[in-house]
Design a protein around this ligand. Structure first.
Ligand code: SF4
Length: 372
């Protein structure tokens, strides 16, 4: 990927962006707003100082693209409820450990005696189930379309092996539906989008078509190196200058128009859309989450334990006073505008989920931009 970090290449793209921004009359006070949807892009933007494009009238608005950050407190509470049941081993990715629910985090639950273990893949969780047949191993399945295929294939593997003590607490969510909600909000002033590279590798380009067709906004799927992002911004600006609204692919070295058929088939075999799923800051969004298909109910922790959408839901919790996670997730506010940013809310003592995950915009801002 060296060519996508090449300074000369980056300078050429910066000059192109400056020309296009000037053509559009963009200024620091009247910027062109481009939402990057993916938390990985947010990280690249701050790590490489691309947020300074604001000097040329290009403002990045950070979207709801970190799956840990958009989990509502109720889902963490439900996960802790399952983890606290006798005989349960809760297996989770590390970045979910410190996300606060209303009764603390999984880390706090572990300190109180719950058997919570960090794994690096769903297959690691399945290996735990094989090793401990007397325990019920529950995998905290999280993430957008990128991580769904691995979860689906793990469940199918568990079924093939006849493993009965393994289940998923399913929190998989999809990217397109929250974008529709954001675009329907008359307060949102977004001129174009930089689309997520990894998600698009799985789903392809077609699911974004409504953004161009119904809402007349350009979207360019982007890679994760600095030149990828600069090229993508230039492509969005070019569309705006030419009066076009199309779905384009800057990340063609990885993303195919039709996505990954094998990955999509695995997702479809195991999951189906939920009628509604709650997002932090965005509320309930129709058809935005996935659930395990009925034929695999034996692997569905919500049904096994009667918790969550399959049983008793944890109460929806109001955000803490002064917490602005909801506004930041929607792109309506920048992290430093939250009164808790850098005071009580820091990576060591996160108040909100956006400060926990390295892909959260508050954590990225704190790590790279907040202390410049
Ligand atoms: Fe949420 Fe903390 Fe960011 Fe404020 S600073 S929006 S509380 S994560």
């Amino acid at each position: 990927a060296d060519e996508y970090r090449d300074p000369a290449h980056a300078r050429a793209e910066l000059a192109r962006i400056a020309r296009l921004a000037a053509t559009l009359g963009a200024t620091r006070d009247k910027p062109i707003s481009i939402m990057e949807i993916c938390g990985g892009h947010t990280h690249t933007i701050f790590r490489h100082g691309l947020d300074r494009l604001i000097d040329q009238g290009i403002e990045f608005v950070h979207g709801p693209g970190c799956p840990v950050c958009v989990l509502p407190q109720a889902r963490i509470d439900e996960c802790i409820e399952i983890a606290s049941r006798p005989g349960v081993v809760l297996a989770t990715f590390g970045d979910a450990m410190r996300v606060p629910g209303t009764k603390g985090s999984l880390l706090v639950a572990k300190a109180k005696g719950a058997d919570v273990r960090i794994v690096y893949s769903p297959l690691d969780a399945l290996a735990l189930a094989r090793k401990m047949p007397e325990r019920e191993v529950v995998f905290f399945a999280l993430g957008f379309e990128t991580t769904m295929p691995a979860t689906a294939l793990t469940l199918l593997q568990a079924e093939r092996e006849g493993i009965k003590n393994f289940s998923l607490f399913c929190n998989h969510i999809t990217v397109p539906q929250p974008l529709r909600v954001l675009l329907q909000d008359p307060m949102m002033q977004i001129h174009g989008f930089v689309g997520p590279g990894h998600v698009s590798m799985v789903i392809g380009l077609e699911p974004y078509e409504f953004i161009a067709e119904q809402f007349r906004r350009p979207l360019v799927v982007a890679g994760f190196e600095p030149v990828d992002l600069l090229q993508s911004v230039a492509m969005v600006l070019t569309q705006l200058v030419e009066g076009r609204a199309e779905i384009e692919n800057q990340y063609a070295r990885v993303v195919r128009k039709a996505g990954n058929p094998q990955a999509l088939a695995a997702i479809d075999a195991v999951f189906e859309p939920r009628a509604s799923f709650e997002w932090r800051g965005l509320g309930e969004i129709e058809w935005s989450g996935m659930k395990i298909r009925g034929r695999y109910a034996a692997f569905d922790a919500e049904q096994k334990f009667g918790v969550g959408y399959g049983g008793t839901r944890a109460a929806t919790a109001p955000e803490l006073a002064d917490c602005r996670c909801g506004e930041v997730v929607k792109g309506a506010m920048k992290p430093p505008d939250c009164p808790l940013f850098g005071t009580v809310c820091r990576p060591e003592t996160p108040v909100g989920a956006l400060m926990v995950s390295s892909e959260g915009s508050c954590a990225a801002y704190w790590q790279y931009a907040g202390r410049r």
